[in-house]
Design a protein around this ligand. Structure first.
Ligand SMILES: Nc1nc2c(ncn2[C@@H]2O[C@H](COP(=O)(O)OP(=O)(O)OP(=O)(O)O)[C@@H](O)[C@H]2O)c(=O)[nH]1
Ligand SMILES: O=C([O-])CC(=O)C(=O)O
Ligand SMILES: [Mn+2]
Length: 618
């Protein structure tokens, strides 16, 4: 590789990255040209091409410690770990400031905010003009997915935030190997005489962190992202939601694959047979927890094991045998801290015991991270803003406080997560937070019904996005904030997988969040969710029982292994019951929702909705 050492090397003082204004760090002319164009617009003091090395990370971390971006945690309890306190107005995704900028508004659909590409570029370029003056501009080549997988896709994020660089290093395969793949793919494409780029171009600046000057813009037709004014994960780590979901979902539709907001988990039974399950739950609705679950004691004794492939994003495509094969495009977890405890998610707790960046958690007097629900006997001394903790002034940790950590640190991390071919998916699970009506689990009759079950998903909003919490909204396939095109076309794309030779996963719906009259959860959840997964795998194999209802196949309590689970009569009735009148109203609302997309909505989905509405009326 003919890279100038001055560009790639780090300063020997290890306190700041090498100041270099060279913008030619790659063998790929198109990449150098884009970096030069961005540097001319943003006017940074230096340009640094990230190689992903330990030395580079150490230098950035030292610099962030020096300027207060990172605070060291107690090295005895949390070695190699840091606390970052964000701006208090910059703690979550901002859906009202997130846009999909396709040439035609109808291609973005009613599910997205839209702006015409030219207007959006003009707006963003005005914000970016000169915004990196006095700062270093980092160029981050990254690969989403195993570096040698044909299912993986690459991108380059340009940012002025060293916090973003440190997080991207944990969340993606970042640096020299990614750049090598980008160069190879780019040169091959050029040799074939094709235009366009093979990598996604993401431009990010924290700007002034002013919510009035904050926008997250996507240009799927150009494979480009421009994000300004936020340092928060989902807005700033562009490989994650912006690339791996919004841009990738658009690409996937045109290339015949799927980019989904799903965990991937392997369930190994006592005979050593592993089934992989992909599950879509909205933000902060249990993906990380299900992906890392620890089997209940009885299951452990029998030899059940759980393997974590991914906790947030899943890319799938049909294999030669007609099954869907999935990879996790990410290399780390950006997980919700509050509620994580030795009881709810011991694997997550073990994962984050070292080399972790915590964002917006509280602190104990001796600098250990602390959050509500941690339940480790410690007490908070300082809240997430850095003020003395006062329970009258709110929680110690922000409800959307997060940890960033390499996936490999997870005790249940699956070696199959590195398999370039991905894992075959036996079951797809949809689920949401529903205090009423929706039972613990049911199975869709077939693929088309399964697509309707996903399209009809509803869930109560959470702290993962700014705005009211606990409001029920439709969140199809948990993709409402993340689908980079019109949902009507997205549902058509889903339906299109059911062709000749397809051996598709069975589709299920779960609700871990059903509440009783006392307002408490009726289902113990967490590790006990394996009981539900076991039933699903039994259904996949044609072994487990169920009863047919208009909404699908429902288990009766004896179809599940509930040994050791205490359920009241109310819990049994609500978790396993079918409430006809409530479902009639629900289906009327689903029908109205689908109609909101107009004639683009696939007829097959509307027919499925009407068919079930008729069954419900009987
Ligand atoms: N009652 C109950 N709560 C759960 C269960 N699983 C997860 N939770 C809670 O749901 C919240 C968020 O769960 P996560 O697993 O972090 O959510 P996620 O879907 O990975 O979220 P994102 O990273 O935002 O996409 C936490 O407060 C958990 O304690 C469950 O089975 N039952
Ligand atoms: O994107 C984020 O910031 C975190 C996340 O997984 C979500 O909100 O679903
Ligand atoms: Mn998510």
């Amino acid at each position: 590789m003919s890279r100038s050492p001055a560009v790639n090397a780090l300063s020997s003082e290890a306190s700041k990255p090498a100041p270099s204004t060279s913008v030619a760090g790659s063998r790929l002319a198109a990449l150098n040209a884009w970096v030069a164009e961005v540097a001319a617009l943003t006017a940074p003091a230096a340009v640094h091409w990230c190689d992903g090395s330990d030395a580079e990370n150490a230098a950035l971390v030292a610099q962030m410690q020096a300027d207060g971006t990172l605070l060291p945690l107690n090295p005895a309890t949390n070695p190699g770990s840091w606390l970052h306190r964000s701006d208090p107005d910059d703690v979550a995704r901002v859906e009202h400031l997130t846009f999909v900028c396709t040439s035609r508004e109808e291609d973005a659909g009613p599910n997205n905010h839209w702006m015409a590409p030219a207007a959006a570029h003009a707006k963003m370029d005005a914000l970016f003009k000169g915004c990196m003056r006095g700062r270093t501009m980092y160029v981050i080549p990254y690969c989403m997915g195993p570096i040698d997988s044909p299912l993986s896709r690459c991108g380059v994020e340009i940012t002025d935030s060293p916090y973003v660089v440190a997080n991207m290093r944990l969340m993606t395969r970042m640096g020299a190997p990614a750049l090598a793949r980008i160069e190879r793919e780019g040169l091959e494409r050029a040799a074939r005489g094709e235009g366009g780029d093979t990598f996604v171009k993401g431009l990010h600046s924290i700007g002034e962190l002013d919510p009035g000057r904050r926008f997250i813009m996507h240009f799927p037709e150009e494979l480009a992202i421009k994000s300004y004014g936020s340092g928060y994960g989902g807005n700033a780590l562009l490989g994650k939601k912006c690339h791996a979901l919004r841009i990738a979902s658009y690409q996937a539709r045109h290339e015949g694959w799927m980019a989904e907001h799903m965990l991937i988990v392997g369930i190994e039974n006592p005979s050593g047979e592993t089934h992989y399950v992909a599950a879509a739950f909205p933000s902060a609705c249990g993906k990380t927890n299900l992906a890392m679950l620890i089997p209940p004691e009885g299951y452990q004794r029998e030899g059940w094991k759980v393997w974590t492939v991914g906790d947030d994003i899943c890319w799938m495509r049909p294999g030669a045998d007609g099954r869907l094969y999935a990879i996790n495009p990410e290399a780390g977890y950006f997980g919700v801290a509050p509620g994580t405890s030795a009881k709810s998610n011991p694997n997550a707790l073990a994962t984050i015991d070292a080399n972790t960046i915590f964002t917006n958690v509280g602190l104990t007097a001796d600098n250990q991270p602390w959050w509500e629900g941690l339940d480790n006997g410690e007490r908070p001394a300082t809240d997430w803003r850095g003020n003395p903790y006062d329970p009258d002034k709110g929680p110690a940790a922000h409800p959307n406080a997060r940890f960033t950590v390499s996936a490999k640190q997870c005790p249940s991390w699956s070696p199959m997560a590195e398999d370039p071919q991905g894992v075959p998916i036996s079951a797809i699970v949809f689920g949401g937070r529903r205090a009423s009506l929706v039972p613990l689990v049911f199975q869709a009759r077939d693929w088309t019904h399964g697509v309707l079950v996903g399209a009809a998903m509803g869930s109560e909003t959470t702290a993962a996005a700014t705005g009211a919490v606990g409001v029920m909204r439709r969140d199809p396939m948990a993709m409402k904030p993340f689908c980079g095109y019109n949902f009507a076309d997205y549902f058509s794309h889903w339906l299109s997988f059911d062709g000749a030779g397809a051996a598709l996963p069975k589709v299920f719906h779960v609700n871990w969040f059903r509440k009783g009259d006392d307002g408490k959860f009726l289902w113990p959840g967490f590790g006990d969710n394996l009981r539900v997964l076991e039933w699903m795998i039994g259904r996949v194999k044609g072994e487990a029982g169920a009863v047919e209802t208009p909404i699908g196949h429902l288990p009766i309590p004896t179809d599940l292994n509930l040994e050791g689970v205490e359920l009241s009569d109310e819990a049994r009735a609500k978790l396993f019951g079918f409430e006809r009148a409530g479902w009639q109203a629900e289906f009327a609302s689903i029908g109205e929702y689908l109609d909101g997309y107009g004639p683009r909505m696939p007829q097959a989905l509307k027919d499925e909705q009407s068919r079930i509405a008729v069954l419900l009326a009987d």
